[in-house]
Design a binder for this molecule. Structure first.
Ligand SMILES: *[C@@H]1O[C@H](CO)[C@@H](O)[C@H](O)[C@H]1NC(C)=O
Ligand SMILES: *[C@@H]1O[C@H](CO)[C@@H](O)[C@H](O)[C@H]1NC(C)=O
Ligand SMILES: *[C@@H]1O[C@H](CO)[C@@H](O)[C@H](O)[C@H]1NC(C)=O
Length: 191
C-alpha cells in the first residue's frame, strides 16, 4: 500500500527528473544559440531536363508519371511531377563554384490559375564553403511571378533548426531541348 513516504519520494524524483531534463534542454538551447548559422544564404540551382529527343546523359531532372488521361485540355500540367538532383553553386553561372546538391521534387498543383504553379519540396545539401549542412525548403513556385517566396522549414549542421524565407527567381532559361534553367534562392534565416 503506498505510504506518505513513498509518495514524497516519488515527488522528489519527479522534481529532480524535471530539473535534470530542463538543465539538459537549456544546455542544448544555449549550444544551439551559440552555434547559430548564417542569417542570409544564397545559392543557385541548375536544371537540365531529361529529353528522349536528345537522350542527354547530363540530365538533372526527370518527369515521371502524369495525370490520368483527362480527355480535356490540361494547359497547366496539373498532376505532372518531376524528381530532381541538381548541382548548386555559389554564383549564377553554371560553371561557378559548386557548393552542394539539391534533391527533391516538384508537382504541378495549380489547375485554375492560368499559369504554371509548382509545389517545390527539396533539401539543399551544402558541402563546401563557410557553412555546411542541409536546408529543407518547401513552397509554391508560381511561374507568373518574378519573385516567389518559399518556406525554409528546417536544417541540419550549421543550419540546425533554421526557419525562414527563401526568395526564388528564374535567372536563366534555355527552352531548346534539353531545356535548361537556373533558379536563385536567397534565404533569410532564423534559429
Ligand atoms: C533515345 O533513346 C531511345 C531509347 O533507347 C531511342 O529509341 C531514341 O531513338 C533515342 N533518341 C535519340 C535522339 O538518340
Ligand atoms: C564560365 O563560362 C563562361 C562562359 O559561359 C566563361 O567565360 C568563363 O571563363 C567560365 N569560367 C570558368 C571558371 O570556367
Ligand atoms: C541552348 O541550348 C541548346 C541545346 O543544348 C544549345 O545548343 C544552345 O547553345 C543554347 N543556347 C544558349 C544561348 O546557351
Amino acid at each position: 500500500m503506498p505510504t506518505f513516504e513513498h509518495a514524497r519520494r516519488a515527488l522528489v524524483l519527479v522534481i529532480v527528473g524535471g530539473i535534470v531534463i530542463d538543465a539538459a534542454a537549456m544546455a542544448a538551447m544555449a549550444h544551439r544559440r551559440k552555434a547559430g548559422g548564417p542569417s542570409t544564404f544564397t545559392f543557385y540551382m541548375h536544371n537540365e531536363v531529361y529529353s528522349s529527343a536528345v537522350n542527354n546523359s547530363g540530365y538533372t531532372s526527370v518527369y515521371s508519371g502524369g495525370p490520368p488521361s483527362l480527355g480535356i485540355a490540361n494547359p497547366t500540367n496539373f498532376g505532372v511531377r518531376s524528381t530532381f538532383e541538381m548541382p548548386i553553386t555559389s554564383g549564377a553561372a553554371r560553371n561557378s563554384s559548386r557548393i552542394g546538391t539539391a534533391q527533391g521534387m516538384w508537382l504541378f498543383d495549380g489547375r485554375a490559375t492560368g499559369s504554371l504553379v509548382l509545389l517545390h519540396m527539396f533539401t539543399a545539401t551544402v558541402s563546401s564553403g563557410p557553412h555546411t549542412g542541409t536546408l529543407a525548403i518547401f513552397g509554391q513556385e508560381d511561374e507568373s511571378l518574378r519573385s516567389r517566396v518559399l518556406a525554409v522549414v528546417g536544417g541540419t549542421g550549421d543550419f540546425l533548426a533554421a526557419r525562414g524565407a527563401a526568395e526564388s527567381r528564374l535567372v536563366a532559361i534555355n527552352s531548346t531541348l534539353p531545356a535548361t534553367w537556373t533558379l536563385s534562392f536567397r534565404l533569410r534565416l532564423y534559429y
